[in-house]
Design a protein around this ligand. Structure first.
Ligand SMILES: *[C@@H]1O[C@H](CO)[C@@H](O)[C@H](O)[C@H]1NC(C)=O
Ligand SMILES: *[C@@H]1O[C@H](CO)[C@@H](O)[C@H](O)[C@H]1NC(C)=O
Ligand SMILES: *[C@@H]1O[C@H](CO)[C@@H](O)[C@H](O)[C@H]1NC(C)=O
Ligand SMILES: *[C@@H]1O[C@H](CO)[C@@H](O)[C@H](O)[C@H]1NC(C)=O
Ligand SMILES: *[C@@H]1O[C@H](CO)[C@@H](O)[C@H](O)[C@H]1NC(C)=O
Length: 223
């Protein structure tokens, strides 16, 4: 969505078409026909309202079409037909418009983590790492996009942090969340590291004192 799309219609460069016809079928709209007659060098359109669909260059140069800014409404079938002195050629293209989902992860009610992929097309897939008990629901929107919501239960999984992986044809994303996020409570691993750090620091200070005392003693005996 939002990009430029080129709809190619293969043509043998040595034999120019006498007639080029594109038939466009979009959801909820009457079929639109764009045709070009070489003899008169004129384009005619029937039931075409979308000004974003144009010739890629000029039809006497190339039979290709282009969509300047692709929107969800451009999802559909595009068929081109060429009539040349050598015969008739036809090519059909199915255009699927991809919409990247908006991805979020947040703490839910009752000690859960919720990961959402909002209004993506096609529907995104959500995985949790480490894998564990979760419930996934989907909600289809009228514009053809789908929201996927997955809820991970901390109680049933006994982990302190998880990654929510959202897979989608437009690109995948990984987000992380900690069990006690936002409550200022640290995870067990972090506490363990803190204890170790404090203990090692204390040990270092004690060793320093012993070393110093030993050094003093040696100096004392020397003098
Ligand atoms: C057809 O018309 C276009 C302008 O509409 C012009 O640029 C082009 O040269 C014409 N081609 C022929 C073959 O007459
Ligand atoms: C949370 O748990 C309570 C009691 O177990 C339940 O009544 C409530 O419906 C739960 N809320 C959600 C959002 O699951
Ligand atoms: C959405 O949910 C329905 C039923 O809950 C399921 O049959 C369908 O496969 C799901 N679709 C996707 C894209 O996950
Ligand atoms: C599609 O509909 C959903 C829900 O109404 C909305 O959040 C989303 O922005 C829409 N997407 C597009 C591309 O129009
Ligand atoms: C959860 O993990 C901790 C340590 O990792 C363990 O002591 C505890 O028994 C586990 N609880 C359950 C219900 O498995």
């Amino acid at each position: 969505m939002g990009t430029k799309a080129l709809l190619g219609c293969p043509q043998n460069p040595s034999t120019k078409a006498v007639l080029i016809t594109w038939e466009i079928i979009l959801r909820g709209q009457p079929p639109c026909t764009i045709s070009y007659l070489a003899e008169t060098n004129k384009t005619s359109e029937i039931d075409c309202t979308d000004r974003r669909i144009t010739w890629a260059s000029t039809p006497d140069q190339s039979p290709d079409l282009q969509i300047n800014t692709v929107a969800l409404s451009h999802d559909g079938q595009y068929s081109c037909q060429l009539i040349t002195p050598e015969g008739q050629f036809q090519e059909r293209r199915d255009l699927q418009v991809l919409v990247p989902p908006e991805v979020t992860v947040f703490p839910g009610k009752n000690r859960t983590a919720v990961c959402e992929a909002i209004a993506g097309r096609p529907a995104a897939q959500i995985f949790w790492a480490p894998d564990g008990y979760h419930v996934t629901e989907n909600e289809s929107h009228s514009n053809g996009t789908v929201t996927i919501r997955s809820t991970y239960l901390w109680e049933r999984n006994n982990v302190s942090a998880v990654f929510c992986c959202v897979s989608h044809p437009t690109g995948s994303k990984i987000l992380s969340i900690e069990q006690n996020q936002g409550k200022g409570v640290t995870s067990p691993l972090y506490s363990l590291l803190t204890i170790l750090y404090v203990k090692l620091t204390l040990l270092g200070i004690i060793l320093l004192i012993i070393g110093y005392a030993f050094f003093q003693k040696r100096n004392y005996f020397r003098t």
